[in-house]
Write a protein that binds this ligand. Structure first.
Ligand SMILES: [Zn+2]
Length: 89
């Protein structure tokens, strides 16, 4: 069976690769091998675990912020915006 070493090669992702993948929105749409590699890396690497936590906190904050911004927008915001965009200087 020659697949053993090849099988582990994909698991050897660098911190940079893992953090890039995560900051691109997570490996959700990546191939299962990549997702597995990220999970494996996270289980071994506390730096990337910390980064993931920070990223999740940031995403949550951004989501909350944008939700509250949406709620605070006046009803005629879009109309006002498009009016001001179309107004000639
Ligand atoms: Zn790492």
């Amino acid at each position: 069976m020659s697949g053993w070493e090849g099988g582990w090669a994909f698991a050897m992702m660098t911190c940079k690769e893992v953090s890039t993948l995560m900051s691109m929105g997570g490996p959700a749409d990546a191939r299962w091998r990549v997702r597995l590699a990220v999970r494996l890396h996270l289980s071994m690497c506390r730096h990337c675990r910390a980064f993931k936590r920070q990223l999740e906190a940031l995403t949550k904050t951004a989501r909350t912020l944008s939700a509250s911004l949406d709620a605070d927008l006046p009803k005629d915001f879009e109309a006002t915006l498009s009016k001001s965009l179309h107004r000639k200087p």
